[in-house]
Design a protein around this ligand. Structure first.
Ligand code: NAD
Ligand code: TYD
Length: 354
């Protein structure tokens, strides 16, 4: 069985990936995570006694720690999920994004380069450095533009997107210059279990259940391409196993939705699953001041990963959204835990001062 060093494995996508990999028993996992506000070790509680899983609290920017972990665990591949990931937070406080997403990725690449250069030729050939990135690096599409392809020029618009673009360029350069066997994926918006409730879908579900306003930025006509998280995790496994070294792969749900349509659909499902006698959830929808620099439309062309590696999503938006809403309804202990003081402070900062 392969050993993987996973970073950011206590966050939303990383934890889903770790749980899936351990459930299917296709990899031993070493999980390095700084445990920022976005993480939650409760997500991984079921792996507590798993001898093929271990957790280390630490920062990808810590060259000595990463070098030690690589030497100690001798991974066959690494997957870099670790990042500051929320656009709105990047607008209030870009510093952390530059530090983790750019400087952190650089230090992490440096430690990996040193490790990889000392491997035997056979292990060097097998090693992979998979960097998990976003479609936001491509900027914003007009209504009739074709979806993003792997060769769409980078045009990041938010500090988050710019910091991820910087990281992607470093990964590319480490392959080009040092022949480090890298792979990069650029994925669209994910949703599903264990997502921190500052992002649109979990925020809407939980605010609705609490009878609170459902905030929609601007006119609600911004478009995102939504992908269920386990489909993203499957795609990463496929890219890791079969992707061409040095290449990038776009991953998406071919599922463009306006924000207003997403929120209205969540309301309609909740009207069925958790009806309130005195209101329809959609009456809570509230239009608020737009996000500065708000990208209008993202859409992904997944032909490359589909045709070259045979991946396609299993869930459609309806089935994925239903599973997600049911998960949040059934996991109130997890939800209560993440909505701590720090979360309350964020809600005040982002919504009360608009
Ligand atoms: P997340 O914010 O839920 O989790 C990020 C994790 O990284 C957290 O557990 C956090 O503690 C950890 N982390 C942050 N800084 C770190 C550091 N310096 N060292 C070690 N660990 C650190 O993010 P996510 O939604 O799970 O996204 C994971 C990756 O996927 C990110 O790189 C993100 O850019 C990318 N991505 C996310 C989406 C999405 O819709 N969520 C879509 C495409 C790509
Ligand atoms: P988000 O989940 O923050 O993801 P991203 O900005 O990375 O795409 O937001 C998804 C979309 O929803 C985005 O267009 C912003 C919008 N949005 C709202 O309208 N209201 C909200 O309260 C939030 C958090 C997001």
């Amino acid at each position: 069985m392969q050993t993987l060093l996973v970073t950011g494995g206590a966050g939303f996508i990383g934890a889903n990936f770790v749980l899936q990999a351990r459930k299917a028993q296709w990899a031993n996992i070493v999980n390095l995570d700084k445990l920022t506000y976005a993480s939650n070790l409760q997500t991984l509680a079921e792996l507590q006694d798993d001898p093929n899983y271990c957790f280390i609290q630490g920062d990808i920017s810590n060259f000595e720690l990463v070098s030690y972990l690589l030497a100690q665990y001798q991974p066959d591949a690494v997957i870099n999920f670790a990042a500051e990931s929320h656009v709105d937070r990047s607008i209030f406080n870009p510093q952390d994004f530059i530090q983790t997403n750019i400087v952190g990725t650089f230090q992490f690449l440096e430690a990996n380069r040193a490790y990889w250069q000392k491997l035997t030729p056979q292990r060097q050939q097998q090693f992979r450095f998979l960097h998990v990135s976003t479609d936001e690096v491509y900027g914003s599409l007009n209504p009739n533009d074709p979806p993003f392809k792997e060769d769409t020029p980078y045009a990041p618009n938010s500090p988050y997107a710019a910091s991820k673009a910087g990281a992607d360029h470093l990964v590319r350069a480490y392959h080009h210059t040092y022949t480090l066997p890298t792979l990069t994926t650029n994925c669209s918006n994910n949703y599903g279990p264990f997502q921190f409730p500052e992002k649109l879908i979990p925020l809407t579900i939980l605010n609705a259940l609490d009878g609170k306003p459902l905030p929609i930025y601007g006119d609600g006509q911004n478009i995102r391409d939504w992908l269920y998280v386990s489909d993203h995790c499957d795609a990463l496994r496929v890219v890791l196993r079969e992707g061409c070294i040095g290449e990038t792969y776009n991953i998406g749900g071919t599922n463009e939705q306006t924000n207003l349509a997403v929120v209205e659909r969540i309301c309609a499902i909740l009207d069925e699953l958790a009806p309130k006698s005195d209101l329809n959830y959609s009456s809570l929808i509230t239009f608020i001041k737009d996000r500065p620099g708000h990208d209008r439309r993202y859409a992904i062309d997944c032909n490359k990963i589909n045709q070259n590696l045979g991946w396609q999503p299993k869930e459609n938006f309806e089935s994925g959204l239903l599973k997600t809403i049911q998960w949040y309804l059934n996991n109130s202990a997890w939800v209560d835990y993440v909505r701590t003081g720090a979360y309350q402070n964020w809600m005040k900062q982002n919504y009360e001062q608009r």
